[in-house]
Design a binder for this molecule. Structure first.
Ligand code: ATR
Length: 288
């Protein structure tokens, strides 16, 4: 029988996940369908239950339901527990629901695997301290970076996230990856090897106000956002002379690949899917 999966969010029409998972299924010969569900803002749990009751095997969860999915799950992976958010729900054989979060590992795989960024020993700046930034904390620290600075428009949120990061380091016994938090204005002249934009600022074309000189010579920039046009933060990276300027399309495909792996125990090849999304050919019939 064909297994059923879907992505749930609100809005959802723009989601590329159905295209991505259909491409993975084709390439790996997996018998599945993957749809999209517009979740009711007042009844996320009901929509999930209805999907599962009609035979659904797993769901990807996107804005604004990731925290609710975390609450709803019967059990959580360690990385989802720390992230406080779930983007992948899996129906277990006994009918219970397991929540995981594949966003952070998606970022690390895109940067490290697809682009060859070497994490150990590097100084990283994470801009933003909301849900998206929190999900990156553990996967980034695990890579062996030298230092993680979290900077946010609202300083208190950055400090709180940094405290969480330090607690995690202590629990794990990691000697690397010292974490500190602060305001954006404190970063003047502080050269980072990689600056990650995890704010939602770019959605309206705005930009977190970063001072000059916070990117080290040869440093990279990464925007979690992506779009048909170059994002505002990517333009900033170009203006700063970043050696590599990356947007979040690769992360989107990598987090999907990790979810596919959780559901199907098969790892799809992500490169052709990223390329297909980039040039707009994914989902179009092959040329005759
Ligand atoms: P998400 O789940 O996408 O992280 P969120 O929890 O609402 O959403 O967090 C949004 C993040 O983007 C926050 O770090 C927010 O900064 P504040 O904590 O100061 O609100 C940041 N952000 C949004 N718009 C911004 C802007 N114009 N300039 C700087 N930071 C911005």
């Amino acid at each position: 029988m064909t297994d059923r999966y879907a992505v749930i969010g609100n809005p959802i029409a723009h989601s590329k996940s159905p295209l991505i998972h259909a491409a993975f299924a084709r390439a790996t010969g997996q018998d599945l369908t993957y749809g999209r569900i517009l979740g009711d803002l007042a009844d996320f749990g009901g929509a999930v239950r209805r999907f599962l009751d009609s035979g659904g095997q797993g769901l990807n969860v996107t804005v604004p339901f990731k925290e609710q999915a975390w609450e709803l799950a019967d059990e959580l992976s360690p990385r989802a527990t720390i992230a406080g958010a779930v983007n992948t729900l899996t129906r277990l054989p006994d009918g219970r629901l397991r929540g995981d979060n594949t966003d952070g590992i998606g970022l690390v795989r895109d940067l490290g695997g697809n682009h060859g960024f070497v994490f150990p020993g590097r100084r990283l700046l994470l801009v933003g301290a909301g849900g998206a930034a929190k999900g990156l904390l553990e996967p980034l620290l695990e890579t062996g970076i030298a230092e993680l600075v979290i900077a946010n428009r609202t300083t208190g949120r950055a400090l709180a996230l940094a405290t969480l990061g330090e607690k995690l380091r202590a629990e794990q016994g990691w000697e690397w990856g010292k974490v500190r938090g602060g305001g954006l204005e404190e970063l003047e002249g502080d050269g980072f090897d990689l600056i990650i934009n995890a704010t939602s600022a770019g959605l309206d074309g705005a930009l977190p106000e970063l001072p000059e000189g916070c990117l080290a010579p040869g440093g990279w920039t990464y925007d979690l956002l992506y779009g048909d046009r170059v994002t505002a933060f990517c333009r900033w990276g170009q203006d700063q002379g970043a050696a590599r300027v990356l947007d979040g399309l690769g992360m989107l495909v990598e987090q999907a690949a990790e979810a596919f792996w959780l559901w199907r125990a098969v790892r799809p090849d992500t490169a052709p899917v990223i390329a297909g999304l980039r040039d707009g050919t994914l989902g179009l019939p092959a040329a005759p």
